[in-house]
Structures are given as structure tokens and as C-alpha cells.
Design a protein around this ligand. Structure first.
Ligand SMILES: [Zn+2]
Length: 361
């Protein structure tokens, strides 16, 4: 039987790919922009502003999509504002039933008003700590870690990688690169990835969202990525024959054999055109083929989504049951950049009992 939306909401969920600057509450953007005198395209109400973000992200224009981040990043340029956004992020995720999350952002985008990179990371951590305390007090315990992102078109990746290592025991679990794939191959940042490997650290790379197999191949075989951000284009290396048999190319085989986690973000992929619809999203076939598939939100504000919405949409499109949602969730927890014993404690102590209670009910 397909789970109800309420069951999906109450089920424990794990989120590995969520952008801090893509998940602000519209009401918070309104308040923070008034405080600093930032001009928004719409400022009549939080609802109207939320509509503007969703419409811009849905427009099919990359320029309009990217413009949305100009406004969220603009209101996140001082410590208290960043800490507030980080705290609200944790509270929103916990209220949605997320029990473990890795939330990413690019520190280099928050230094326009004079903050140092270190102060940006500290402000985010302050907000996360406050959010975790508030969620715990509300009876919704959650564990949250930061991922530090470097922008692939910029040249600060080594600096950001060093920042991730400096904060590794204070809330930062890993590193990521993001931004336009075309023209900016991940190999531009090879020194940062090699440094992180020598430090026994972890990183994920946005790859194979729009650009295709070469980007995925570079991320894994040249850069040594632990996980793939999106990775939807791995489907281009898989052939489904007329008789239903499936053939995997060398790269797709490697990704499946090595259990390389795919951080799939269905709603976001439909908005950017990486998939035509949820029902046609490669996540269906990749799940059938038992790739290490995880479900994620990417940008909750722009995609008007949540972990509950993402999973409910998959239930509707593919008929998944609670056992499938538990599989995605355990896949994600296994793939987290958290020490093994801490991952196991959440799987055995929170995820399995949470789903068992729902399945038995
Ligand atoms: Zn992303």
C-alpha cells in the first residue's frame, strides 16, 4: 500500500544535498532585506515573494534561475543574518521529519560586507547549534553537518578545502564544488581534491546534472569524489534493449559496483530540464538497477519542496512503498560523511525503528 503524505512526513528522512542559500523562508528574506535596504523584485508579502522565486526557477531560463540566488545571498552577508537562516533551516528540516542532514553553501559568497571566510563558517555553525537545540526541545532530534562548497568558475577551491579541514571537528563534514558545469571541469580544482584526499577527508562534486558523462567520469576517476551531486546523466551510459534487458557501460558499471552514492534531486532536475518529469526521471530505472540512490531537495525555496514532497512525488510517480523509502533513507545514511559508528547509531537507533513503527501500524 502506498504511504500517505502524513506517513511520509513522520518517517525518518536523511538529506545529503541541500543548499543553505536555496532554502530560506520567504518571510525571512523580506525581513532581512528591509534591515539592510536590499531591493527585492517583489516585497508585498511573503507569499508573493515565494511565488516569485518558484516562478523564476520554473521559467526555463537559467538567467532567471540564477537571479534568485542573487537575492538570497544578498541577505546573508552579516553574522546574525547567516546564523538566523542556518537556525531556521535546521528547524524546518526537523519539522519535516529529517533526522540527519548535510547542508552546503559557498563561504566565498558571503564575504561581500567584510566577513572573513572563518566568520561565515562560525555564523552558520552558531545557527545550526541553535537549530539543533530548538528541534531537540521540540521533540524532533536532528544531527546536522556543514559541507563547504567552492564555486567551480572561481579559483578559491584550495582555500575552501583548507577551511573545511580547519573546521572538520567543529561541524564541517566535507567539501563540494558547484556552479555551471560546462566549461568548468572539476579537474580545474585537482589540487584541492588531492589535498583533501591526503587529509583523509570527504567530498562530493556536482556532476552529471546537465553536462553528461565526461563530467561524471572526471569527478570520479580524476578527482576521486566520494559521492556525485545529481549524477543523473549516468543514464547515458545505460542501454535498455527492446527485450527489456539492460546493458551498463564501463562508467555506469563502476558507479554501481563501487556503490558511489547518487545525490538525486528530482524536483530540481525537472525545473532545470535535466529530466522531463518526475515519472520520467532516471531515478526510477537507477533504483530498479540498485544503484546507491539517495533522494534530496537541492533548493527547497526555489523548488517549493521538502523531503516529504520529494518522497511523496516519487510515491505518486513510481508507486513506492515505505520499504522503498526506508531503502533510500538507509542508502543516504550509509553515504553520509559522518563517522561509521555515528551512521550506524542513526540507522539502528532512529531509522529502522521509525520505519518499523510505521510499517507495523
Ligand atoms: Zn546542488
Amino acid at each position: 500500500m502506498e504511504p500517505t503524505r502524513e506517513q511520509v512526513r513522520s518517517a525518518p528522512k536523511v538529506l545529503l544535498h541541500d543548499h543553505l542559500d536555496g532554502g530560506l523562508r520567504p518571510a525571512t528574506i523580506l525581513e532581512l532585506s528591509r534591515e539592510i535596504g536590499h531591493v527585492l523584485p517583489v516585497d508585498t508579502s511573503a507569499e508573493a515573494l515565494g511565488d516569485w522565486f518558484a516562478a523564476a526557477a520554473d521559467s526555463g531560463s537559467l538567467e532567471r534561475y540564477l537571479e534568485t540566488f542573487d537575492h538570497t545571498v544578498a541577505v546573508m552577508q552579516n553574522g546574525p543574518a547567516i546564523a538566523r537562516v542556518a537556525r531556521e533551516c535546521v528547524e524546518d528540516l526537523a519539522a519535516d521529519g529529517v533526522v540527519y542532514a548535510e547542508v552546503r553553501y559557498a563561504p566565498e559568497q558571503h564575504v561581500e560586507q567584510g566577513l572573513t571566510l572563518d566568520e561565515v563558517v562560525a555564523a552558520v555553525q552558531e545557527g545550526f547549534d541553535a537549530g539543533v537545540a530548538a528541534a531537540t526541545a521540540a521533540g524532533r532530534p536532528i544531527v546536522v553537518r556543514q559541507l563547504l562548497t567552492a564555486m567551480r568558475h572561481q579559483a578559491r577551491s584550495m582555500e575552501i578545502a583548507e577551511l573545511a579541514i580547519a573546521w572538520r571537528d567543529r561541524g564541517v563534514a566535507g567539501f563540494d564544488i558547484a556552479g555551471a558545469e560546462a566549461g568548468y571541469p572539476p579537474t580545474r580544482h585537482l589540487d584541492a581534491f588531492e589535498y583533501l584526499q591526503r587529509e583523509n577527508s570527504h567530498f562530493t562534486i556536482h556532476a552529471g546534472e546537465a553536462f553528461g558523462l565526461p563530467s561524471i567520469w572526471q569527478a570520479i576517476q580524476w578527482c576521486g569524489a566520494d559521492r556525485l551531486g545529481h549524477g543523473v546523466r549516468i543514464i547515458d551510459d545505460i542501454t535498455v534493449h527492446e527485450d527489456g534487458s539492460v546493458e551498463l557501460g564501463g562508467l555506469a558499471s563502476y558507479v554501481r559496483d563501487q556503490r558511489i552514492p547518487l545525490e538525486m534531486c528530482p524536483a530540481s532536475n525537472v525545473q532545470t530540464g535535466a529530466a522531463a518529469s518526475i515519472a520520467e526521471h532516471p531515478i526510477g530505472l537507477l533504483t530498479e538497477l540498485r544503484f546507491r540512490v539517495t533522494v534530496n531537495t537541492d533548493n527547497r525555496l526555489m523548488s517549493r519542496t521538502s523531503m516529504t514532497s520529494e518522497m511523496a512525488a516519487l510515491v505518486e510517480a513510481f508507486g513506492y512503498g515505505l520499504a522503498d523509502l526506508r531503502w533510500f533513507t538507509i542508502n543516504a545514511m550509509k553515504s553520509a560523511f559522518l563517522p561509521f559508528d555515528e551512521r550506524l547509531a542513526i540507522i539502528d537507533g532512529v531509522i529502522k525503528p521509525g520505519y518499523a513503527a510505521l510499517i507495523d501500524a
